[in-house]
Ligand binder design. Sequence first.
Ligand code: FMN
Length: 666
Amino acid sequence: MLSHIFQPIQIATLQLPNRVIMGSMHVGLEALDHGYERLTAFYVERAKGEAGLIVTGGAAVLPEGGGGAGFTNIYADEHIPPLYNMTRAVHEAGGRIALQLFHAGRYAYKEMTGLDPVAPSPLQAPINRTAPIEMDEELILHTIQAFADAARRAKEAGFDAVEIMGSEGYLVNQFLSPVTNQRSDGWGGDLKRRARFGLEIARQVKKAVGPEYPVLFRMSGLDVMPNSTTVEETVQFAVWLEELGIDALNIGIGWHESQVPTISMMVPRASYVWVAKEIKAAVGIPVIASNRINDVRLANQIVAEGHSDLVSMARPFLADPYIVAKSRAGRFAEVNTCIACNQACLDHIFEGKTASCLVNPLAGREWDISITPAEKTKKVAVIGAGPAGLEAARVLALRGHDVSLWERNNRLGGQLNFASQVPGKSEFKETLRYYENELRRLGVKVHLGEEATSDKLVAEGVSEVVLATGVIPRSPELPGKELPHVVSYADVFTGKVPVGQQVVIIGAGGIACDLSHLLVTNTTLSAEAGQYLAEYGIVSAKSYGSMQYNKRSITLLRRGKHVGTGLGKTTRWAVLALLKRHGVVMKTEIEYKEILPDGVRIIEKGQEAIIPADTVIIAAGSTPNRILADSLPAEMKVHLIGGAREAGELDAKRAIWEGMSVGREV
Ligand code: FMN
């Protein structure tokens, strides 16, 4: 069935057993003690999972272009030995691994490197506090040589290939784009001169490693930056790279500072594979498509339809190191699918933490954590089938315990069912599918639509209870809160209450933002790639028809300063921009007075105002639901996890992590 993606392919002399590449991800493990052992364990797991080729996270070719000591470095010979151990371990596990040669240019943080960033022109990146120093000719030549030297070291360290990082708005891309390269010497100006830096690197790297050794080039297929490199220029650049002997082109999409989301959950799957197709049409070497490809069946289709020769999946290998192996065996339902939430991977990296994965907390922890059979198997009841309870039940069952899962609603998932209805968040359904399948496969006894009581648990002989009963929405102390048009966010998500045309939401955190997105959109649309691209003006709206938005007026109210707290750094800006574009009004630093039959009375900037409303939705936090805790017999050991333990700052990342932790502990 997956005949295209599992057809072997050759990149220079390197034979790959399939066409799925694990895309480059800097996961930050180098910063920890035993960093390289951790990193090695991380890659070995993915090699065992049958990734066709693993590309490492970026390795700095010069100190000023990297991320300090907590980054993979390849700018000195002393960096070779730990990398040699890594490649040997990956090879022993049956895998292949390429080192990514990286220079961040104006994206390098002085806070991390201790050095001033450098760039073709002294133009500060909006995502960096430090302006770069303009590179002089000597530094340009030195940097080109540094890429070549780094490639030679990578080969010595046993890597099967190197990938030159030339996309995502990093240094090589900065030279190519007129947005960041405003030089008028031999390294800037017309396309030829802007391309010269990248092409020289390609030439010198090839020279350093020899013609047989595979060199991939990650080039930007689409910068998604106003006034940047054109399509024609991009295609020309690809042709020149091929002429220089580059062996494969990995097509990157977007810069870190782009104002269009390119990898978050709201980006429909495979939205950008057409970019790879445009380049593939102009070259003969293998082309790799990337971004939001999270299912091997989809990858197969992309290759089958001729968009690209290979497919890069990065985050899907965090969510499930075994995605390829499981798919090859036809075990699709067992795949823990990447939902592109970024909450534990990219958001962590931007917060200076190590990357992991919301749906797979083992990611990045392969060296120190594993799930092993229980020493003594027990009868364990898990109460509540939200993400915390689902993960606890899964891990407990995996370890051999006799597990029952009790959920008083008629479906598994708890608040995951809320999230999955929000436009652009339907990937959460994959998480539900994964758990449903795993619990069935592992023989968990699921009691749906059934209230767990102390008597029932005693009758079943349960010895330990995991309480994952979640939260109860908080009702603020406000006059008028008993009025009939005042409802809780949970009742809106479950469709228990009708919602009018003039909505005020009390609270403006992540849930309130999700809710407004749901309410401002006419349908719980299956986010179509075309609609999405039209929305951002990337393709014409006419060719796809535009998204239907509701006429509903929505106002978010908050006492505090910020809207969307709780949303991750890499998605918050996009969500807020989208809501604003569709007329959602956000009022912060207000004081509540009372809820009236036709509105909400507030004080805003010292002035009293009434915000008209026919529906007032309360989304102002929640409290732990520990309903069963007090009635259980003393000899039954109780573990509290997720919202039942602590309602504040609850999200699926914490819930699943706590589910896994308790699952390993019992
Ligand atoms: N891309 C690179 O080229 N070099 C990197 O060092 C790199 N680091 C990343 C770190 C994290 C935690 C993540 C999530 C992505 C990183 N990327 C990096 C981008 C990915 O290679 C990929 O382009 C992006 O995640 C979209 O693909 P996906 O939807 O398959 O995850």
